[in-house]
Design a protein around this ligand. Structure first.
Ligand code: SF4
Length: 288
């Protein structure tokens, strides 16, 4: 079997940066507490726990954090790459612990656009998943003027805006869906200001999937957590390319009986999938 591995498979720079920042804290002898799972990958989280990086709070970064007084003494709370709302920032900074912000700079740019436009009186429409921590954080920067949408129906359900309107995207959404919704929203608000804020790393993963197909992949294996939004999106995108798609978290989950029917298999992975898992999946496939 020929195995094609997408160049972009695995950690994006924002996730890698967040992990390194948390690791720096533990290397300096502090206890690192990530505000929610630092990375949406169970295997990597297990590895990080062994290094002393613990998860507190919840997936959405909304619940209170409980760390004993003793642990807080040499503890540092780490903000994940997804970023947080200004309200959450205020809360985390009020804790009796050091504070480390590992928000991805690409998310920081989106937050800046949301805040600036909301302050200038724009209603801000965010294309994103309302349950995803990044969208929740961005919404916090818009105050009363923020609205999260995923579909045309969501746009239809928005209140009618009297003034100016701006639109951004959560960094990990599909570019083609963002463009489609931006066109739809601008048909209602011709002066709509649109910022395509799907990040470069996400776009690269989406275009590499097409590269796998163009290079002859007859089936696609997408590796990553089942709770990882960007991995799920990659798997969904792969199915739209009319290629049988296998979403696995680890090499052990590969359905070898089904996969061995193909001569060329493409492999890609979400932005939170560590290289050691991608390597093991590729090795197992190459042995077929
Ligand atoms: S997916 Fe993009 S925005 Fe999100 S952490 Fe990675 S590089 Fe940053």
């Amino acid at each position: 079997m020929k195995v094609l591995r997408a160049k972009s498979a695995g950690f994006c720079w924002g996730v890698e940066r967040a992990i390194n920042l948390a690791r720096d804290e533990t290397k300096a002898g502090r206890k690192a507490y990530a505000d929610g799972p630092l990375i949406h990958n169970n295997q990597m989280m297990d590895a990080l726990r062994k290094e002393g990086i613990r998860e507190v709070g919840d997936y959405k970064s909304q619940s209170d954090i409980e760390v004993s007084e003793k642990d807080a003494e040499d503890g540092v709370v780490v903000v994940r790459a997804h970023g947080i709302s200004p309200q959450r920032r205020q809360y985390l900074k009020s804790l009796d612990m050091s504070f480390k912000d590992a928000t991805c700079p690409d998310v920081g740019i989106i937050a800046g656009k949301v805040r600036w436009h909301a302050q200038k009186g724009y209603d801000v429409v965010i294309f994103g998943d309302p349950d995803h921590p990044e969208a929740i954080g961005l919404l916090g920067y818009a105050g009363e003027r923020g609205h999260v949408v995923q579909t045309k129906e969501d746009i239809d359900a928005l209140p009618s805006f009297e003034g100016k309107v701006a639109m951004v995207s959560q960094s990990t959404m599909f570019s083609h869906e963002f463009e489609e919704l931006a066109v739809y929203l601008s048909s209602k608000y011709p002066d709509l200001v649109v910022f395509d804020t799907v990040c470069g790393a996400t776009k690269e993963r989406q275009s590499d999937l097409q590269w796998l197909v163009d290079e002859g992949a007859e089936a696609v294996v997408v590796i990553g957590g089942r709770h990882s939004a960007n991995t799920k999106k990659l798997a969904k995108l792969a199915t739209t390319k009319n290629r049988p798609t296998f979403h696995v978290e680890t090499a052990e989950e590969l359905d070898l009986d089904a996969i061995q029917n193909y001569d060329v298999v493409g492999v890609t992975a979400g932005a939170s999938t560590p290289d050691f898992i991608i390597d093991s999946v590729c090795e197992k496939l190459e042995k077929l």
